[in-house]
Design a protein around this ligand. Structure first.
Ligand code: UD1
Length: 361
């Protein structure tokens, strides 16, 4: 038996692990377990994703919850080490770039447990982003690195990672999107989405500390969104971090044209993306999803670890600049829309390619 232990912790991990686990389930000699670190714990940030993605119940939930980066990372390491002290998996698979990813990779590296990193090699070259630190460190200590695109391979090779460890498999997040698009379409019948099914709207997510932890920045962004809201309704499902900041800064009150919603499920958010006139985000995954769907995306960041979404896709980096955000949004609303194409290997089969490599390891 080949024992493979997957670790997830935060919302964007779930849609990446699901296709890999599904594909590995087809191999009779593979036994899989799933550990949830508990980095994200609200039902609408975690449970609903497990249900919609068809992820199995985790064998263990480490229940680490929120905290400073040091506290969260250290708690994950302490609690995860206890799990692998009792069993010795052949592979531990980690996903993306959240604190759970690097914490678990570090435990494995020290205990000489082989670790595979799915979504390796992405670089924003901005070390003020906690995710960039997580990516660089995880890739240095992983034994097997699965990249979504050629820029990932080039970044890893430049950092001295052996070519034999690197496998370009494509984008696992797109696997989940492809599989669940038909299910997402059924969400238009629900009470929450029905009002928007025949109306143009913009869809927004913002949660990066650089955008939401500073009152001047967050206030400026909300003013820009309100200006866009004068042209069409702006739907803004609010991440818990952002919700907290809106309250802290007294910014959470009425913004005309702006609809502040609770965090949405995977299927609801995907449905809304498919019909959005434009998407405004600082998320990584949403830059990829909009590129796949061909929906215009304005990314409120100075850089991106997913440059292929700009070079080939529909993504435009507007910087952390509310005036530019508003100007670019108005341009799209006036009909000047950037078109793009789907990057190679974003074909819904990346999870199968990961599984094939792991299963013969
Ligand atoms: C984390 C990831 C980020 C990812 C994001 C997706 C890191 C360093 N950051 O950021 O890369 O893009 O997830 O959502 O790993 N909270 C809740 N309920 C929850 C989870 C969080 O209320 O279920 C609140 C808490 O107040 C917490 C804050 O959100 O302090 C931030 O949570 P945390 O996991 O530290 O980081 P995210 O901002 O979610």
């Amino acid at each position: 038996m080949l024992e493979i232990l997957h670790v997830v912790g935060a919302r964007p991990n779930f849609m990446k692990a699901a296709p890999v686990m599904r594909a590995l389930a087809g191999y009779g000699h593979v036994r899989q377990t799933l550990v949830h670190t508990g980095q994200h714990y609200d039902a609408n940030m975690s449970d609903v994703f497990f249900a919609q993605l068809g992820l199995p119940e985790p064998t263990v939930n480490l229940g680490v919850g929120s905290g400073s980066h040091a506290v969260q990372t250290a708690q994950i390491m302490l609690r995860f080490e206890a799990v692998v002290a009792g069993q010795r998996p052949d592979w531990v698979v980690v996903y993306g770039d959240v604190n759970s990813t690097v914490a678990v990779a570090l435990v494995c590296a020290k205990r000489l447990i082989p670790v595979a990193h799915v979504e390796a090699g992405l670089r924003s070259f901005d070390r003020t982003m906690p995710e960039e630190i997580n990516r660089v460190l995880t890739d240095q200590i992983a034994d097997l690195l699965f990249t979504p695109s050629a820029d990932g391979d080039a970044n890893l090779l430049r950092e001295g990672v052996a070519a034999t460890k690197i496998h370009r498999v494509g984008n696992v997040m797109i696997d989940t999107l492809v599989r669940l698009l038909p299910a997402a379409a059924t969400c238009w019948e629900t009470e929450r989405l029905r009002p928007w099914q025949d109306r143009p709207y913009a869809l927004v997510t913002l949660h990066r500390p650089a955008n939401v932890d500073d009152p001047t920045m967050l206030g400026g962004l909300l003013s820009a969104l309100a200006a866009i809201g004068r042209r069409l309704p702006v739907l803004f499902p609010v991440h818990p971090r952002t919700r907290q900041r809106l309250e802290d800064f007294g910014l959470g009150t009425a913004w005309p044209g702006l609809h502040l919603l609770e965090p949405l499920s995977y299927l609801e958010f995907l449905a809304l993306q498919t019909r959005a006139t434009l998407v405004i985000t600082d998320s990584g995954g949403i830059q990829e999803e909009t590129t796949y769907l061909g929906i215009p995306c304005l990314t409120v960041r100075d850089n991106t670890e997913r440059p292929i979404t700009v070079d080939m896709g529909t993504n435009i980096l507007v910087g952390r600049d509310p005036a530019r955000l508003q100007a670019e949004a108005y341009r799209i609303l006036d009909g000047d829309v950037k078109t793009g194409c789907v990057p190679p290997l974003w074909d819904g089969r990346a999870g199968e390619r990961v599984a094939a490599i792991l299963a013969r390891s």
